[in-house]
Write a protein that binds this ligand. Sequence first.
Ligand SMILES: C[S@@+](CC[C@H](N)C(=O)[O-])C[C@H]1O[C@@H](n2cnc3c(N)ncnc32)[C@H](O)[C@@H]1O
Length: 233
Amino acid sequence: MRLDCPPSVCESGEKYPHRIRYRRLVSNSRSYAEFFVPESESASAARARASELGCTPIGAGAGTALTFLAAAVAAKSAVEIGTGAGVSGLALLAGMTTDGILTSIDVEAENQRAAKQAFAEAGIAAGRTRLINGRALEVLPRLTDAAYDLVFVDAAKGEYGQYITEAVRLLRPGGILVIDNALWHDKVADPTQRDTDTVAIREAGRTVRDDESLVSVMIPLGDGLLAAVKKNP
Ligand SMILES: C[S@@+](CC[C@H](N)C(=O)[O-])C[C@H]1O[C@@H](n2cnc3c(N)ncnc32)[C@H](O)[C@@H]1O
């Protein structure tokens, strides 16, 4: 994409017209990309319930990317860390194979009840979801090594580093790790932001990027989605 400006704009007398144009381009394009694929009615309903529960769901664009990634690996088995009210679960299930099973962990039973309602309203067979109520770091060690096509991380930000260790163990070669809030309200990219959650997410991002067993990409949709494929050994 060419971001510098044509001579007619540069000659306008403004000192940095290309920067203004770039900012406009980024914000318009980011917004266009975010809502490029319309969200389903069931996802919108789940989003409204999430808001009532005070539990922030993934952005619309991040949901689209999750569906895409689950479809790209023809996911039959996926783990979600942080069920919430089911917005991300619906996105994952939409991309997974029709017999695919989503294992989703959350410490809040009320959130999982809302997710269950969202899955039922979307017509998803009960056998396709396995909702486990508990703390992620207590549940994850019970799941089988190399048995999952995709792991999605969206629970306690301070625990992201430990979730990544567990996720890499759970993924089969060729499987995908996806981490939400990887840009965390624009704070991860700003080195002056040193609060606990920002530091934990920034460090988790570096861990994924520098892991030679993974191939990673930062997708600037929603609040930032970091995705990584586990290489074949
Ligand atoms: C941001 S919300 C998840 C939103 C959901 N992924 C979606 O997009 O619809 C985070 C969820 O993680 C759960 N959570 C927070 N800490 C947790 C922990 N230590 N173990 C398991 N779940 C946790 C919260 O109860 C909350 O439902």
